[in-house]
Design a protein around this ligand. Structure first.
Ligand SMILES: *[C@@H]1O[C@H](CO)[C@@H](O)[C@H](O)[C@H]1NC(C)=O
Ligand SMILES: *[C@@H]1O[C@H](CO)[C@@H](O)[C@H](O)[C@H]1NC(C)=O
Length: 138
């Protein structure tokens, strides 16, 4: 719409600036104006076509950028998911190590206690039968 308006302005400007030519007939003058208008129309259509081509190329670029953006988003989401999964795995592993350590500690304490009980029991047996001690000692 603006383009057509601009063309109209151009034509009016051309008509206004046309030098008065007493030698030329009115017919010649009108023919020249018409020729000029047609040339301008061609030029204008060419500009429009070029605009259309540029617009199409820009549209394609935009679509491509949009697709790349979506792809990047998907990649980032997948990486985030992987990282979160790795973090959860690490946390549960650390908890398991902690549990294992405390259960290992408990086992050691229980075993030590049992060993202590056995030693104590053996000592009591030895105390009750002093002769066995000399036997063992021999
Ligand atoms: C914890 O203990 C269990 C069984 O004792 C074992 O299979 C597992 O590998 C241990 N986990 C870690 C992280 O040490
Ligand atoms: C060790 O054994 C005694 C009994 O002989 C018990 O009273 C105590 O609670 C035990 N300690 C541990 C840490 O298991």
């Amino acid at each position: 719409m603006t383009g057509i308006f601009q063309l109209l302005l151009l034509v009016i400007a051309t008509l206004a600036s046309e030098p008065s030519c007493p030698a030329c007939s009115k017919y010649d003058y009108e023919e020249k104006v018409l020729e000029r208008m047609i040339r301008m129309e061609f030029a204008f259509e060419k500009v429009l076509d070029e605009n259309k081509a540029v617009s199409k190329s820009v549209q394609l670029d935009l679509t491509r950028i949009k697709e790349e953006n979506e792809h990047l988003h998907a990649t980032v989401d997948a990486l985030k998911e992987q990282q979160e999964h790795a973090e959860r795995r690490l946390i549960s592993l650390m908890e398991e190590v902690e549990r294992n350590q405390s259960s290992t500690l408990e086992n050691v304490v229980t075993e030590s206690n049992n060993t202590l009980k056995h030693i104590s029991a053996a000592f009591n047996v030895i105390k009750a039968h002093p002769k066995m001690v000399s036997c063992v000692a021999l």
